[in-house]
Write a protein that binds this ligand. Structure first.
Ligand code: NAD
Length: 492
């Protein structure tokens, strides 16, 4: 059976003594195992990253050479897209068709984006007050810890890798301990594309063991984290004594507001996409669907009809639109919210069961929707992170905005409306890092992505990433003799 070990200085390490199973969530079979990196192996990975950074082999490589490597990464990813999609599907349960055609091609776009950016970007210098030539030298932060979750393992880890490398850093990657297969394969692709040894390293293991050791290591300067809000808090606390910069991309409980002026066909497609794509496991899921009373019954009826028709099953079967949840513990948690909704006065609209026809194995749940009488219910406040929609009905637009903002989270918000004034109000009044009007999520690295409130700190997007992954150094050159005090020159 394949064992995923640490990848340090361009070498896969021998397996250690602590092994964890890697499970296919569609069959519950153990398909590989993972060798957990302890603190000393994690330190070795950081040391390799630091040595490569100090050597300048990557950091000081010219923009044209970096750009060539990035394009090569894109080419190789494209060549291996089928293999990567198969591995990701086997390990995460995400539908193969979606991985192959939607999620993983984004990796190619991301590396191409940074390659183009590298060839275009120059820092500006400026003269201040005719006295000084001043410019900012932007230097890599150094060693970056890149910690990512299991809901889109390779897409999320590779975005962080692309950004860290674009700004000249070396890094140590830690993806979720349950889903390392495609990310591990990507390490070989990076090496083949010409990323020098030690620039990208990978350690594996549980968060409180490997992840914590990585965050605390003194040579790690910045920590980019995507995952749950509680974990984000723990990471921020662990990073604080070392005064490390953290970027935290955390959970969400995004409102999806459907008003009576909306194009309801579009709103329906958008609402289904926002909650059931990626097996419902997406940070920007539109998990609270707020529908205006005048259209609520008809809209909900159509939603339920479509949700029931979603094809759930083996993610390798390219006809299936929804696969299993990612792991056993998560599955049990998501399922527990059905009872939680009923206990708080909710009505089960559809789903809530294991689908017929998937057999006895695999962490499958029917696309589920409940109607809730108020927003304080747990299913309206807690991130469920599964194919689980909570509907609420509102009367006026003020109420819709108030419900949208009545959340500890603030990642994304969706509005379906043809009323321009409503769109403008949503843009101004909703407390979320991303507001989408008449569209599902659009990812674009030219624009910031990140959360308000408990959804995070920092932004992924070119400006935020540039700030995060670099140190700025202001250099000042005098153009003429500056006015200076002449201490000691006046002694008599
Ligand atoms: P998680 O927080 O449990 O784990 C994420 C990663 O952190 C894993 O690699 C884990 O091993 C590691 N980790 C856990 N404890 C740690 C610690 N103490 N120190 C260092 N590392 C630690 O998250 P998850 O359950 O794997 O992922 C789901 C969550 O991720 C959801 O809340 C989702 O909303 C969020 N998410 C957010 C975004 C975003 O961009 N905002 C994107 C995707 C997922």
């Amino acid at each position: 059976m394949k064992t995923i070990t640490s990848y340090i200085g361009g070498q896969w390490q021998p397996a250690g003594s602590h092994l964890l199973p890697i499970v296919n969530p569609a069959t519950e079979e153990v398909v590989a195992q993972l060798s957990e990196a302890d603190a000393s192996e994690t330190a070795a990975a950081v040391a390799a990253a630091q040595a490569s950074w100090k050597s300048g082999a990557w950091a000081r490589l010219g923009a044209a050479d970096k750009r060539r490597v990035f394009h090569r990464i894109s080419e190789l990813t494209l060549q291996h897209l089928d293999e990567l999609a198969q591995l990701e599907c086997l390990n995460s349960g995400l539908p193969l068709h979606y991985l192959r055609h939607r999620q993983l091609p984004r990796i190619v776009r991301n590396f191409d984006f940074f390659a183009d950016w590298l060839s275009q970007n120059v820092e500006k210098a400026g003269v201040s007050d005719q006295d000084y030539l001043r410019f900012v030298l932007r230097e890599p932060a150094g060693v970056a810890a890149l910690i990512s979750p299991w809901n889109a393992p390779l897409a999320l880890a590779s975005t962080k890798i692309a950004a860290a490398l674009a700004f000249g850093n070396s890094c140590v990657v830690k993806t979720a301990e349950t889903t390392p297969l495609a990310v591990a394969r990507f390490m070989d692709i990076l090496a083949e594309a010409g990323v020098p040894p030690g620039v990208v390293n990978m350690v594996n293991g549980r968060g409180h063991v490997t992840g914590d050791a990585l965050v605390r290591h003194p040579a790690v300067r910045v920590v980019s984290f995507t995952g749950g809000t509680q974990t984000g808090r723990a990471i921020a606390a662990a990073a604080a004594p070392g005064l490390k910069r953290v970027d935290l991309e955390l959970g969400g409980k995004s409102a999806n507001i459907v008003t009576e002026t909306a194009n309801l066909d579009d709103a329906l497609d958008g609402a289904l996409t926002a909650i059931y794509t990626n097996n419902g496991q997406q940070c920007f899921a539109g998990s609270r669907i707020l529908v205006q009373r005048s259209i609520a019954d008809a809209f909900i009826a159509r939603f339920v009809q479509r949700a029931r028709a979603i094809r759930v099953g083996d993610p390798l079967d390219t006809r299936n639109e929804l696969g299993p949840l990612s792991n056993a513990a998560h599955y049990a948690r998501v399922c527990s919210f059905v009872d939680a909704a009923l206990q708080e006065g909710g009505t089960l609209l559809c789903g809530g069961q294991r689908p017929a026809g998937v057999g006895g194995k695999g962490y499958y749940l029917e696309p589920t929707a409940v109607l809730m009488p108020h927003n304080r219910a747990r299913v309206c406040q807690e991130e469920i992170f599964g194919p689980f929609a909570a509907f609420q009905v509102f009367d006026g637009f003020d109420e819709a905005i108030a419900i949208a903002n009545d959340s500890e989270f603030g990642l994304v918000s969706y509005l379906w409306s043809n009323d321009l004034a409503q769109a403008q109000r949503a843009a101004r009044e909703i407390e979320a890092g991303v507001v989408l009007v008449n569209t599902p999520m659009v990812l674009d690295l030219r624009f910031p992505f990140g959360g308000y409130k408990a959804s995070g700190v920092g932004r992924e997007g070119i400006d935020g990433m540039r700030h995060f992954y670099t140190e700025e150094k202001t250099v000042t050159l005098a153009l003429k003799r500056p006015a200076m005090a002449r201490l000691g020159a006046y002694a008599d």
